[in-house]
Design a protein around this ligand. Sequence first.
Ligand SMILES: *[C@@H]1O[C@H](CO)[C@@H](O)[C@H](O)[C@H]1NC(C)=O
Length: 340
Amino acid sequence: MAQVAIIIFLLAAVMAPLLALAELPRVEHPPHRYGSLNVLAVGDWGRRGQLNQTLVAKQMGIIGKRMNIDFVVNVGDNFYDNGLTGVDDKAFEESFTNIYTAKSLQKPWYTSNEMLFPSLLNYGFASFLGNHDYRGDALAQLSPVLRQLDRRWICKKSFVVNADVADFIFVDTTPFVLKYWNEPKNNKYDWREVAPRESYIANLLKDIDSALKQSTATWKIVVGHHAIRSVSEHGDTEELIEQLLPILKANEVDLYINGHDHCLEHISSRDSPIQYLTSGGGSKAWRGIFTPNSDKLEFFYDGQGFMSLRLSKAELHLAFYDVDGKVLHKWGHTKPVQYY
Ligand SMILES: *[C@@H]1O[C@H](CO)[C@@H](O)[C@H](O)[C@H]1NC(C)=O
């Protein structure tokens, strides 16, 4: 009897890490009461309210209330210029808690980063790390201590939010970009729990592929910090076109949402259903750079703002807003409802 118990114990000890590796962490977000899921997406914001961050936050509060949003998708570059120095960095409150104060924004903020937090269900701002966040103490942004300071903060490196009609797959894109490894210039990147790059990326791509294959939601939405397609300053991210995009196309992903370029963009793929959406207008903007690419540009705004999504089983509606809450661009799409 004792031997059997020991064998089971050993098996469990061996299996647990394997099982954990095979899947991205998951967050179940409860379905919206009225059958549609409403979210806002914002990125590239943490500047202690400066450079119109406060104006964007105010309009997010107004639109968030009107739509009765479920959560916020935070596409990264959370704290400028160099992430957080540690869990006690006051920038967390000065750039997040004290800025996004509207009642309608007291929802989870899902942010891509690595740790699992308990009782994720009750709150919501989905967040993850941008390249600027990796220049500070990257692990601090993942720490449960921040969640004690502001319970909206749900930050992991890569994870899945199952939200009924839609699955959101948050991908940690910073490690893909070779120049951060090879030419960091004067910036120091915190690659703890990431390096070596090749195996980290290979595992991540495998996990993304299997998460997409498992998804039964109507809408498959992938969120990254870096653009796959962008006409602004940073442009396309070649590493993502080569490595991530084939997986998105093979799994019929509907939307890819990102920040990094400080503007608002909607680009349609010419050879797949993917819509590329940049919502990086959370603070500093107006770069004055425009470089078209071969996909179809539907909309480009070089200034500050944010994006909303309304999703039901059959319909998807997205909109972009400026700092006055004016709708700059709208787009919709429908799919036949599946009856079983
Ligand atoms: C803030 O937004 C207004 C309206 O779009 C714009 O005119 C102004 O230049 C912005 N300020 C900064 C610092 O970007």
